[in-house]
Every structure is written in structure tokens, then in C-alpha cells.
Design a binder for this molecule. Sequence first.
Ligand SMILES: Cc1cc2nc3c(=O)[nH]c(=O)nc-3n(C[C@H](O)[C@H](O)[C@H](O)COP(=O)(O)OP(=O)(O)OC[C@H]3O[C@@H](n4cnc5c(N)ncnc54)[C@H](O)[C@@H]3O)c2cc1C
Length: 414
Amino acid sequence: MPNLDLIIIGAGAAGIGASRAATQAGLAHQVIEAAHRVGGRAYTEDLAPGVPFDLGCHWLHTTDINPLVPEADRLGVTIDRDFAFTAHLWLNGRHATPAETNAYGEYFGWAENGAALAPAAHEDRDVLSLLDTNSPYFAPYAHVFSVIHAADPDQVSARDAMDQVMNGGDWPVRDGLGRMMERLGAGMPVSLNTVAQEVDCSPRDHVVVRTNKGTLTARAVLVTVSIGILQSGLIRFRPVLPAATVSAIDGFSPGVANRVALYFDRDVFGDAPSNLTIVDGDAEPLAIHIPTFGFTYVVGQTGGRFASHLTRAGQKAATDYVLDRVSAVFGAGIRKHFVRSIVSAWDTDPWVLGAYASVKPGHFGARQALAQPVDGRLFFAGEAVGMPMVATCGGAYWSGTQAIGRIAAALQPA
Ligand SMILES: Cc1cc2nc3c(=O)[nH]c(=O)nc-3n(C[C@H](O)[C@H](O)[C@H](O)COP(=O)(O)OP(=O)(O)OC[C@H]3O[C@@H](n4cnc5c(N)ncnc54)[C@H](O)[C@@H]3O)c2cc1C
């Protein structure tokens, strides 16, 4: 018999949650991680000493049920519980009037809260087909949608979008959600720079995982890699995955979403709202975020096809693009205070190949199908199956902990 109960592939939020739960459940396990660090899409770098910036997840979403909220409190992590996203617009050279802000808020509420998407309950169609595209607020909404879903409205199943729970607050983490996840993952049994190349479930009573550093055997395996990695075929499965699992994996878009941080040597934003969507003629709108913790940086947020275009254009082009747009709002004078940028490119990160997964129109049910164990020994977790908090760090963590419950039950002697 193998000496391990479980191999966990991936040390992102799902892998960290799974490893912590496996330890509690008394499962002998090993985590293997392809990158040189834990955290995956939870990753913080410093723009300057003491100025942390999250290249991936930053907000604790769905705070009513997010399992990371109590973890943050336990670790003594500073979070802004008063933060709330607002529907502020910069409209062709000026702030929107209160009436325009209200009208945009109404459009946003209609589109997001299910009223617009209700027809999708009977037919699995794309979101775009249900939106009022003639509204002046369609363009900024579609941009924010692309940031939330990492895909454009025509690429997303409305039925799946309706299924997502957005209850509670959206709380930013002062020192970085990436750093917090790194702390949560400290001490777990992880082998870094270890790439799973093949998951072999063909032996009758154990699984074999072949890596660049050798072979591991265990009674079960939990795969937490992104949809982009699953779709790339970088990990071979033996025997081939069941048709339902393959079809589920194909039913997702891996997503593109990125964050461009511009750091200034002083506060150049004054009393600007912390969230503003810049609308300028026919140009792609840009949602910016100014942290509420007194840091002097701004983040440009991109999603969908435009984000993909910006990744291909390169880091300098992305920096220039956001600096131009932000200068149009705060004045050309801010340029002399610009110090440096950090630009994420998750869609080309070799261990992610995406951002967060959305379900393609016509593929509702992909999340539930992927969450089904294969042969009682092969399990999947991660943000894509983090129901009901999909596409989030908290949902990924939750999915890892939930998978351990199912694995522990499956491994019990009959
Ligand atoms: C730009 C951006 C902004 C975001 N903002 C937020 C936010 O504000 N709040 C929020 O809650 N969520 C946010 N998210 C989503 C959140 O970051 C993810 O949902 C979550 O971190 C995913 O965790 P995971 O464990 O499912 O996957 P991952 O973090 O991708 O972890 C999987 C791990 O598997 C490893 N791996 C890949 N291939 C192999 C292999 N062959 N062998 C071994 N290891 C492998 C990877 O290196 C990675 O570490 C954001 C994401 C992005 C990209």
C-alpha cells in the first residue's frame, strides 16, 4: 500500500485549504507545486518598501460566508470592512452628475441582480443577448462585467452568472491577500518546483503521480490546477478522463483579467472616489481602483478580450495605456510623480494560463460536473468549482476544504 493517503496538486488557495483540512482529518498527504512559491493566483509584490500590491486576488468577496474572513481575523490581518464598490463614472472629461450616477447604478443593479438575466433560467444563453446595448451605460457595465467575469458578456453563460452568490461585502486586505494566503500555507507539506506531468489512476488500488522530480503514490489525488492548465493538456491522465469530465473542462473559458498598478511618489488623487470607471468616447472604458489604506498607487483593471490584447502589447504598453487614461482624469501633472508600475499577465503565466474561469453559453452545469469524483480516487477542486463563491480566493479555499470531506469519506474502509 502507498504510504500517502493523498497527493494534492497545486498550492494555490484550494491546495492550501485542502492541505489544512487534510491535516485536521489526519490524512497523510503531500502537496506538489510547480512554481517556486505557494499561493498561485494569490500573490503580493511590493511597489516600494511597505507598499504591497496584489497582482491577483485582493478583496475578500462574499464576506457573509467567505471562510477566509475568520482566518484573516485569526491572523490579525487588517481588512477594510467599510469598503464598498460604488458606481462612479468619469464621463468624457468630467465626473458624472448625481442623476447620471444613479442611472448607471440602476442599470448595473438591473443587469447584475438577476432581473436582466431571468430569461436564462429557461434557456442557457449568453449574457450579451439579454442586456440593453443601446443604453449609454452599457459600455461601462460591459467593461466592469469583463473584469468581474474575466470574459466579455457574449462569452458567458447567463444561467451560470445568475447562479453566483454575491452576498456580503467586498473587503480589501491592507497588506495583500497574497501575503495572507502565504501565511495560511506556511508549514504545509509542499514540494516546490515540482510539476505534475501525469496522473495515473490505472492501478486498481492506488494512484501514481509522475513529476519532474520523480514518482509519488497515494490512495487518492486532488487536482487543484486552473482550468487553463487542465485545458492545455500539460497534465496527462491515465486512463483518459471520463467524457463527462472532459466535456465539463471544455465548457469553461479560462478567462483573462489583469491588474496594472501605477505607483506615485505622493498622493496625486486627492479626494477621488476609490472606484471610478473612465469612459472616454468610443475608447474601451477603464475601471480604476485607488486603495483606501492611504497608499499612493492606482490600479487599472482589465478583463476579457481587451485584457488579452493588452497582455500581447506588453508591460510598457499596458503601463502607458493606464497612465494616459489616469492622467486624463487627474491631470498631466501627475506624470512627473509617477515612479514605477507592476503589470500582471496571468494569461501567459505558464502555471495559470488564465485568470478565473467562466462557463461558456450552453455549458451550464460544467462546475457541478467537474466537481464529481472520478472512480472514487481522483478529485478536482479550485476556483472553478468553488460553488457558491466561484472565481474567488475564498471559493477556491472552500472547495479545497470541502473536497477533503469527500476524500476522507471515500478512503474509509468499507
Ligand atoms: C487579476 C485577478 C484578480 C483577482 N481578484 C480577486 C479578488 O479580489 N478576490 C478574490 O477572492 N479572488 C480574486 N481573484 C481570483 C482568485 O485569485 C482565484 O480564484 C484563486 O486564487 C484561485 O485559486 P486556486 O487554488 O483555484 O488556483 P491557483 O491559484 O491557480 O492554484 C493552482 C496552483 O497549481 C499550480 N500548478 C499548475 N500546474 C501545476 C502542475 N502541473 N503541477 C503542480 N502544480 C501546478 C500553480 O502554480 C498554482 O500555484 C482574482 C484573480 C485574478 C487573476
